[in-house]
Design a protein around this ligand. Structure first.
Ligand code: AMP
Length: 404
């Protein structure tokens, strides 16, 4: 997919509609304050570059899931304040993303100045990709820049519709970085290319596993989803997490992987060989490490075991490209975090050896941050859902809309 970046377009003295992903977590009660500003920081390089070049920046984002009308718990006002602190500059704020106030404030911008619009989702037309609303957003600006990779899997007005009404469109640096890393991994990876897929359920990740089985040299499975595979193979899984309605899918995936392995007899699908089981779903439950063939009827699988860790380590340390999505166990409980932390350590070591290591959003990002090794990864995706859809091989509407 070909697209321009902000380095390819003229932005000086132009009103630039900059779609960002400021969907940050806020405290549940007033005064609503930001509990993690990673997403704001991730957009700073693009904002700074546009400012330096004299653009008149109109920032727009969604936050949370308001029900199509204004609600203080979803206001971007706290983001405005945080952005002022981070940039050391005054930011104008429009209490509605369209209408007279937004228009007047956009028109009043001088070179290098910034206006932040209130939550786009206060209008239900945003998610409906309404053409009239898209046109209203477009009328604020002369240039469109999308830096919201985390929302690129949504065909919403500020992402897709607006691009029909602004001729000049480009990707910001964050969008470009995400597409460069994830794009290279799925289209032209340095090999061996391995994918590590974990997390609670198989259901959200079937398409990712299927797509990566075709592209990667190995797909390593961990986390709660592994037990559905074992049950599909006829093993006792006790009280482990299992999606009985996905047993057929799991069987198909195992079969498909065997076909891919062909005459070599080496299936690219690598399931754990041992597991840490517990007698209750709590951190201080009794625990044992057993072969996956020895899971006790009243116990449940909570983490991958040491043999699996060393098998996975070996594959990771011999790979040139590694994509990871989903924890290997219930990493929120320290007694069952070892498998996930071991993967983070192996990924960090692989980076040190020159491999490209990509952490694909969601809980694995939290796990990598918990491990203290986040800065050792080549790339940590800011978009959970978007990176997952990208790894499924889908064309993201936000990326398609930027294409030239
Ligand atoms: P996901 O959102 O699908 O990536 O799932 C992440 C969640 O999976 C985390 O909250 C983990 O605690 C959970 N998880 C990982 N392994 C297991 C397991 N063996 N049993 C239950 N939950 C698990």
């Amino acid at each position: 997919m070909n697209f321009k970046t902000i380095d390819d377009i003229d932005v000086t003295s132009k009103r630039v509609f900059l779609r960002v992903d400021f969907n940050v977590p806020l405290t549940k009660t007033a005064p609503y304050t930001i509990t993690d500003d990673t997403r704001i920081k991730a957009a700073l390089p693009t904002i700074e570059a546009l400012r330096k070049r004299g653009a008149r920046i109109i920032l727009a984002s969604h936050l949370g899931r308001p029900k199509g009308g204004p609600a203080p718990e979803f206001s971007l006002a706290p983001v405005c304040q945080r952005l002022e602190e981070l940039l050391g500059a005054t930011i104008e704020f429009a209490s509605d993303c369209v209408g007279d106030e937004a228009m007047q404030k956009a028109m009043a911008l001088k070179d290098g100045e910034i206006l932040l619009l209130e939550n786009l989702r206060f209008h239900k037309e945003e998610e409906a990709n309404d053409p009239e609303f898209s046109k209203q957003l477009a009328s604020l600006a002369e240039v469109y820049v999308d830096d919201a990779f985390g929302a690129a899997h949504r065909a919403h007005a500020s992402i897709e519709g607006i691009t029909h009404y602004l001729n000049v469109k480009a990707a910001g640096y964050l969008m470009k970085k995400e597409l460069d890393y994830l794009g290279a991994a799925v289209t032209n990876p340095r090999r061996p290319f391995i994918a590590i897929i974990g997390g609670a359920k198989i259901s959200g990740k079937i398409d990712v596993i299927n797509n990566l089985l075709q592209k990667a040299d190995a797909v390593l499975i961990g986390g709660g989803m592994a037990y559905t595979f074992y049950k599909a193979e006829g093993l006792e899984i006790g009280k482990s997490l299992c999606e009985d309605d996905k047993l057929g899918v799991a069987k198909d995936i195992i079969l498909q992987a065997m076909v891919k392995g062909g005459a070599t007899g080496r299936s690219p699908l690598q399931l754990p060989t041992d597991t840490v089981i517990a007698d209750a779903f709590t951190n201080d439950a009794n625990k044992k490490t057993v072969s996956v063939k020895e899971i006790l009827p009243d116990w449940m699988g909570m983490d991958i075991g040491p043999d699996t860790i060393s098998m996975f380590d070996n594959l990771i340390l011999n790979a040139q490209t590694i994509v990871w999505n989903g924890p290997m166990g219930v990493f929120e409980m320290p007694n069952f975090a070892e498998g996930t932390m071991a993967i983070a350590r192996a990924m960090a070591e692989a980076s040190g050896r020159g491999a490209t290591t990509i952490v694909g959003g969601g809980d694995s990002v939290a796990a990598v941050e918990q491990s203290g090794l986040a800065d050792k990864m080549s790339h940590i995706s800011t978009g959970g859902g978007a990176s997952l859809e990208f790894l499924e091989g889908k064309t993201l509407p936000g990326v398609k809309a930027l294409s030239i």
